[in-house]
Each structure stands twice: as C-alpha cells, then as structure tokens.
Design a protein. Structure first.
Lengths: 493, 284
C-alpha cells in the first residue's frame, strides 16, 4: 500500500464513521499495518534501530482496526492493565497527547515497552481481532501504537509533579526499569530519593543488554533525565553490599526505605566441556562489551575490545540469544548459527525478533543441543559438537519434550560461542544482607506488596521474578513504591 | 562524582603510585579488595586495580600500577589534581586474615603492591611474616622499604642479579617451605606464570596457598562471566568468588591462554594511544 492509498482509505473510513455507518466489517477489512523497517541487507551493517515506527496515517488506520470491545480482553492480557481501548480510540481520533496520558496512568516507560514487550503473549494474544482471524499476528498492533504516541510525545513531555518534601529518604538499588519506576513514584510522593547503580551508566539491562538496534539508548537516557529533573539523585559506581551495605544505608545514612531492583545478573553456563576456552562468552559479556562500551567502534574512540568473529554459534532461544546473534552479525561475522534445543514455536523470544533474526541471515539450528566445545592447541574454540533431538511424547504439561537421538553427534566449525541460556540471581546482596530471605533459586522472597522479610526493605523485578520482562519489573516497581508511600505515611512522624 | 588525584609519583620504570579521593571506598575496603576504574567517559575501558592502601580519615585510597597497555598508560599520564571519572568498589571478597603462626608472602613485580596490605594485615594478626619479592632487575624494584618494615624476614631477588639475590622467587620459596616448622600458609601474587610455578613449589611442601588472580574483567560484579577461571574443574568468577583462590586448585594453563585472548586488539589500542601521545607532545 502506498502512502496515498493509505491516506485515501483513512479519509473514507473517517467519513463513514462520521456518518455513523462504520461497521465492524469495515474495520476487519483494514489491512494490518506493517512496521516500516530498515532493509535487512542494510541493517546488517549498522546499529541503528531496525523498526522505524508508524507514520501518522498508519497509526490511525491501525487504531481503527480496534473494535472497542466492551470486555477489553486486551487489558486483561496487559500486566499493568493499561486502558488499551481508550488510548487506541484516542489515536484513531488523532488525539495523540491524550492517548499518551492514558498510557502513562499505568506505564511510565511507553517508548520502551512499545518496543520490547512481548505483546503477542500479552495484550495482543487476547485481542478479539487476532482471535477472529485465528492469527495473533493480525491482532491490533497495540505495541506499535504505544510506541507511536510515546515517540511523538517524547520531546514535549513535562516531568511529573512532585509533592512537598516529606522529610523521608528512599534508596533505590539498581537503575533498571523497576528501579526507575519505583524512584519516580516515591519521588512524586515528595520523598527524597537516591538511586544507587553499580555501573557507571544508569538504565540496567535496557542499556547494557538490549541492543541499540532494538532500543535506542537515547530513549533510556531521556527517562533518566526526567528522573533527575524531578529531583531524584543518581549515584553511579555505587555497589550496594560493597560500597555500603543495606544495613548501613538504613542505620547510618538515614534511609527510611530501600527498594532492591538489582536484576538477575549472574550468567549461567551449560557445564559442558570446553566452556572456558578462549572465544566462549556469556551473552551478558558479549552484549555488555558491544553496548555499554561501544566495542563495535573499537579503534575509533572506544577502548574495549571484542573478539573479531567470523563464525559464531549462539546457544539459546530467548531475546538474549537473538540479541547476541544479531549483534554478532553487526560486528561483521560471516556466519551466525543459533542453536536451540526445541522448535521455533517454543522460543521464548519475541516473535518479531525471531523474524528479524531470520531476515538478517542467522541460521537456525533447531532441535539441537551442544555437548562440548572443541579447542585448538592455544585453547581457542574451533568447533562446537552438538546432538540432534526429536520431539517425544507429550509430558504432563502437554508439551512434547525434546529427546536426544543417540549417535547423532555432529560438529559445526566456529571461532566464537555465545552462551545465552539464562541468568541466575546475583549473590552479592544475599551475601551481604543476612536478614533477607531468599528462595532456593536465590530470588528474594516478597509479599504481594513487594515487601521483603526485612522491615523497610522492598524488592521487585528480576531479582524477585527470575529473568522476566521490562513490564513486569516496572509493574513491581510501582507496587513497591505504593507500599513504601503508604507504609511511610502510616509511620508516626 | 569524579575522583581527584591527591598525589602521584613514579616508583620505577613503568610503575606508578597514586593517592586518589574516594571516601566511601576508603572507609569500606578491606585487604585483598580492588576497584574498577575508567578514566574518562562511557567509552573508556574499565580496568581493575587492587587497593594498595587507604586512609579513611582523609578519604583517599592508594593504587599502584604498571604501565602495560592503553589504560594504564593513560593513567600514568595523569597528574596531581587531575580527575578520574569512574571508580567503583571495593570489589571482591576480602582476604581471610587469621593467625597461621607463620606465613610466607611472595610478590612478583607489580604483584608486590596488592600483596602489601595483605602482608601488613597478616603481621597485625600476629603472624611471623617472611616476604619474598622478585623483580626483573634492580630498576624495577618497588616497595622494598615498606615490606622490610612489616616483615620478620625479607628476601629480595632479581632475575638478572643486578640487585640482591640472583634467582627466581621459586628458589627461596622452596627453601623457606623446607624449613622446620614450615610456614602455615602462603600468599602469592604476581604474574600468572609465576603464581603457577610457586604453587608447584608449595604443593610439593604441602603448604596451603592463596593466590590472587588478575583476569580480564568488565563489570566486576558477577554480571558477565568474563573473569571466569577454572577452579577444581568448575567455573568460578574472580570478581565475586575471588580474587583470591586456593592456588592448588586453579587451572593456571587455561587462565594464561584466556588472558591472551585480546592481545592483538590491546596492542592496537596501546599503539594508537602512544602515537597520539607523541603527536600531542606528551613524551618530550
Ligand atoms: C539481552 C536482553 C534482552 C532482553 N530483551 C527483553 C525484551 O525484549 N523484552 C522484555 O520485556 N524484557 C527483555 N529482557 C529482560 C528485561 O531486560 C529484564 O527483565 C528487566 O530489565 C529487569 O529489570 P530490573 O528492574 O529487575 O533491573 P535490571 O534491568 O536487571 O537492572 C538492574 C540494575 O541493578 C544494578 N545492580 C546490580 N547489583 C547492584 C548492586 N549491588 N548495587 C547497585 N546496583 C546494582 C545493575 O547494574 C543494573 O543496572 C531482556 C534482557 C536481556 C539481558
Ligand atoms: C583483581 C585485579 C587486581 C589487579 N590489581 C592490579 C594492580 O594493583 N596493579 C596493576 O598494575 N595491575 C593490576 N591488575 C591488572 C590490571 O588490571 C591490568 O594490567 C590492566 O587492566 C591493563 O589495562 P591496559 O589497558 O593498560 O592494558 P591492555 O593493553 O588492555 O592489556 C595489557 C595486559 O593486561 C591484561 N588486561 C587487559 N584488560 C584487562 C582487564 N580488563 N582486567 C584485567 N587484566 C586486563 C591483559 O591480559 C594484558 O596482559 C589487576 C587485575 C585484577 C583482575
Ligand atoms: S481486544 Fe483488540 S479489538 Fe478489542 S479493545 Fe482490545 S485492542 Fe481493541
Ligand atoms: S568481571 Fe564480569 S563477572 Fe566478573
């Protein structure tokens, strides 16, 4: 569809609507709007954002596909219960500012969530339009619409108002999405808020994990600036547990409440032979080198080196694996293989990222799993040995479990292996804060209000949920902040 | 939050000392811990350096480093009053200081710097401290006086015999380990290859040995796994599980190979920096 055709369609739909003659049929007939993207061949060689964002016409057309269901099944699919039909209707009417205000009632980071939420298993999974076409990819593109208004509103958005000082001090540990939301919400209530971040740059996984081509760093930077404008103090290079312990913050430094949002930092390895060879990375290391220290511009301003890889195997099937594989492509690898134990259907990554990865030439090796990494006499990785799997009988959950095929070993020649099979909880807070209760996986135990077992200490995000999502971390940041605000208000002065 | 350099001097060729403002770290640090710094901005490399000493009353820490590559060279070019953008710490698990009756402390080259606070703490804990310091040559000698002050016995060696005893540190180490009674514990810090051979000696004499590993690091908080080493055949993260480990269980050969992984790029960065430095006339 050309721009003119879209414009024409939109005008005729609006006219029909004005005349009160717009039927659900007409809405079903509107073609789902594709996201404009950089061409795969071009984007393989740059780090700019892949998805370029809807035009205004596209956004309004897509918004008009929404049926305004009374029951709003989409809202039930949204972890933070954004009033989706209302903001979508506002877009259809061309009222973008209002649409953004509606989203911001429930989500503080729409420009981020519009880009990285797994909508196809949240709001879009339950959308009536998708169900009617029996195809979730034909649901209303709620995420793209969210992104559209967030990007428009970005420059003009004023920082939220702050209540008069309460005299209470809040420490936020970690500046990921949960920490950012907890900081904003407690600051709005008038508390004196300080964010402590271990890294030299705030933003958490959104800056050192998720790559620029999926989430431009400028967006996260703007959110941090908004916090600063609100009067939140951000202290980088401060490792809670080492620089100061949580006890010290509370007893010596006068903090009345602490939110722990330190994420799930510790990369898991597979425990197979050869994982310590040179050229074997955790995805965290690979992505951090590439993102945070701009290793992709090594030799032109950035100092942190990254291996020059020609043939790369990435192990895993989640967002982290896709990001690592696609980063390897951009750093100049000739061949990138993605090795995953199950099939594409089970991949936990966002569908859009899986498609993008395929378009960028990443070769999927499904139903395969590495059994060892082979090295040369200098301990450099040279090959990865895998075993083939087939889908066996369905297990109790109804999923067919992959079963190894005996004798199916084979080798792929590689020079780099990136392991992206998940993260465990970082033990630092646990080791240094003995009065906190953790579960057997090392995650913090909290109640439904995100209160930990230590008075005055709250927690949320990946350190509580295990590796989860941006929106879930944000949601918990908000719940914790509400609990902090109400607990402190109840406290005698 | 920049950190001002309160004092700086050259200890020998390519070895530098600085006192740097970092009040919180000065207060929290314990022997065996380190910091990670990056000099300028987001693009600078982050490098780990051991905290060689600290004064909580004036809020400064001491670093001693050897110029080996781009970042250590840049650091060496800073002067008193200049600032370092980012310092985080103290990182790592503090050394387990106890009374072992007698200990042997071995420092190779720049390794003497991280060893000093540990040896000092061991002395205060009531140990008889025998120190061995090894250097390539006389002009590389550092911290002799400081070690003499806190050691009950100090043996200095040079590879070329230009000062004190001509030997590698393994030689006096074997002698000390062979004494009766033998040392209760050994603490060894230096080049990886030196630690490997020293561990060979102490293993032979069955002296429990602590080494401090200096792998490549990125975040220093357990996030990346780049610092991992094999201990007892299992991956361990130097930044959170270490930097100190039982030297008899470390796979040094693998560690040495991993540390060479970025050699070509490191060389490139360093050469570019040196060229740039010459152009702007830093090297008269
Ligand atoms: C490569 C990658 C891709 C992803 N893609 C997606 C996606 O597409 N969609 C999605 O929804 N989710 C995605 N996720 C997951 C998502 O990023 C996380 O679930 C989310 O960021 C968790 O937020 P958090 O608030 O727990 O904090 P995190 O973002 O984990 O940040 C924690 C922060 O705390 C800091 N910290 C840690 N320890 C300390 C300490 N002791 N003192 C001070 N600070 C400390 C850390 O440096 C970090 O900045 C991805 C994750 C990765 C790694
Ligand atoms: C816990 C710890 C404590 C240390 N304490 C001291 C100290 O007190 N004094 C001192 O002089 N040195 C110390 N080091 C080593 C120091 O970090 C490296 O010499 C420094 O990173 C080199 O950086 P460069 O850019 O100058 O050199 P590069 O050109 O980057 O490298 C030169 C050499 O340094 C090693 N190296 C490179 N990058 C890193 C990195 N990120 N981390 C560790 N090693 C690296 C390389 O293997 C290479 O052999 C310590 C290392 C660790 C891990
Ligand atoms: S479920 Fe779909 S069609 Fe229904 S209101 Fe939500 S977005 Fe609109
Ligand atoms: S330096 Fe990253 S895990 Fe140790």
């Amino acid at each position: 569809m050309t721009h003119e055709q879209r414009q024409e369609l939109l005008e005729s739909l609006l006219a029909k609507q004005k005349a009160g003659a717009l039927k659900p049929r007409d809405r079903f007939d509107i073609p789902p709007q594709d996201m404009p993207e950089q061409d795969a061949a071009v984007r393989r060689r740059n780090v700019h954002e892949v998805a370029l964002g809807y035009t205004e016409t596209q956004a309004r057309l897509e918004a008009m596909r929404c049926l305004q269901c009374k029951t709003a099944p989409c809202v039930r699919g949204c972890p933070v219960r954004i009033r989706i039909p209302d903001f979508v209707a506002a877009i259809a009417e061309g009222q973008y500012g209002r649409a953004l205000d509606i989203i911001k009632e429930n989500s503080l980071l729409p420009a981020v969530c519009g880009r990285v939420c797994p909508q196809e298993v949240q709001c879009q999974e339950t959308c009536t339009v998708g169900l009617r076409f029996k195809d979730v990819s034909k649901a209303v593109s709620i995420g793209r619409l969210e992104r559209f208004v967030a990007d428009l509103g970005h420059n003009g958005a004023a920082a939220p108002a702050v209540a008069p000082p309460t005299g209470k001090k809040i420490a936020i540990v970690g500046s990921g999405p949960g920490g950012i939301v907890a900081a904003a919400d407690t600051r709005r209530a008038g508390h004196d808020v300080t964010v402590f971040e271990a890294f030299h740059k705030p933003g958490g996984v959104m800056v050192y994990g998720i790559p620029e081509f999926r989430l431009p760093k400028a967006i996260v930077h703007d959110e941090i600036e908004t916090l600063k404008t609100m009067g939140v103090r951000i202290v980088p290079n401060f490792i809670v547990g080492r620089t100061r312990t949580i006890e010290q913050l509370m007893t010596e430094d006068g903090f009345d409440a602490v939110y722990i949002g330190v994420g799930a930092g510790l990369p898991s390895f597979m425990g197979i032979e050869g994982e310590s060879l040179v050229g074997v990375y955790s995805a965290n290391e690979y992505l951090t080198r590439a993102n945070l220290m701009k290793a992709y511009s090594f030799g032109s301003g950035a100092d942190t080196p990254i291996a020059v890889s020609r043939r790369v195997a990435v192990v895993g099937g989640g967002n982290v694996a896709m990001d690592a594989a696609r980063t390897a492509v951009r750093l100049g690898a000739e061949k990138v293989y993605l090795i995953y134990r199950r099939t594409e259907k089970e991949m936990p990554a966002r569908v859009e990222e899986v498609h993008h990865a395929q378009q960028e030439g990443i070769e999927f090796h499904l139903l395969q799993s590495p059994i060892r990494i082979v090295g040369d006499e200098n301990s450099r990785a040279t090959a990865i040995e895998c075993l083939r799997y087939e889908l066996g009988e369905p297990d109790d959950s109804g999923r067919r479990r992959p079963v190894a095929i005996a004798g199916s070993e084979f080798r792929i020649d590689i020079d780099t292996v990136i392991i992206a099979i998940g993260n465990q909880a970082n033990p630092l807070i646990r080791q240094t804060t003995l009065s906190l209760e953790f579960n057997k996986w090392g995650n913090l135990v909290v109640d439904e209000n995100c209160r930990t077992t230590m008075p005055g200490v709250y927690a949320g995000g990946d350190i509580v949920l295990g590796a989860a999502t941006v929106i879930l971390a944000m949601g918990q940041g908000r719940i914790a902040a509400a609990a902090i605000n109400s607990d402190l208000a109840d406290e005698p002065q | 939050m920049a950190h001002r350099i309160a004092g700086k001097k050259e200890l020998g060729p390519d070895v530098f000392w600085a006192r740097i403002e970092a009040p919180l770290i000065a207060k929290a640090r314990q022997p065996g811990q380190f910091i990670i710094l990056s000099i300028n901005n987001d693009y600078s490399e982050r490098i780990p350096l051991t905290i060689a000493g600290a004064d909580p009353s004036d809020g400064t820490i001491e670093l001693i480093w050897q110029r080996v590559g781009k970042t250590t060279a840049e650091l060496a070019d800073l002067a008193e009053g200049d600032e370092i953008a980012n310092i985080s710490g103290p990182l790592g698990t503090p050394t387990h200081i106890a009374n072992f009756a007698s200990v042997i402390c071995v420092g190779g080259g720049i390794g003497a710097a991280p060893l000093l606070p540990i040896a000092t703490a061991l002395k205060s804990a009531g140990n008889r401290v025998v120190s061995i310091l090894g250097f390539r040559s006389k002009d590389r000698l550092i911290l002799e006086e400081e070690f003499a002050r806190i050691s009950d016995e100090l043996i200095v060696t040079t590879d070329d015999g230009s000062y004190a005893r001509k030997a590698l540190v393994t030689e006096p180490l074997a002698e000390v380990c062979g004494r009766d009674p033998k040392p209760g514990h050994a603490f060894i810090i230096g080049p990886t290859i030196m630690m490997k051979f020293c561990c060979g000696v102490t293993r032979k004499f069955d002296v429990p040995t602590q080494v401090s590993l200096n792998t490549i690091m990125i975040d220093g908080t357990g996030m990346c796994g780049g610092c991992r080493v094999e201990v007892d055949g299992k991956p361990k993260f130097v930044c959170v599980d270490g930097p100190e480990f039982d030297g008899h269980r470390v796979n040094f050969d693998l560690m040495i190979k991993r540390m060479n992984a970025y050699k070509p790029q490191e060389q490139q960065a360093h050469e570019q920096y040196e060229q740039h430095r010459c152009r702007i006339g830093l090297d008269e």
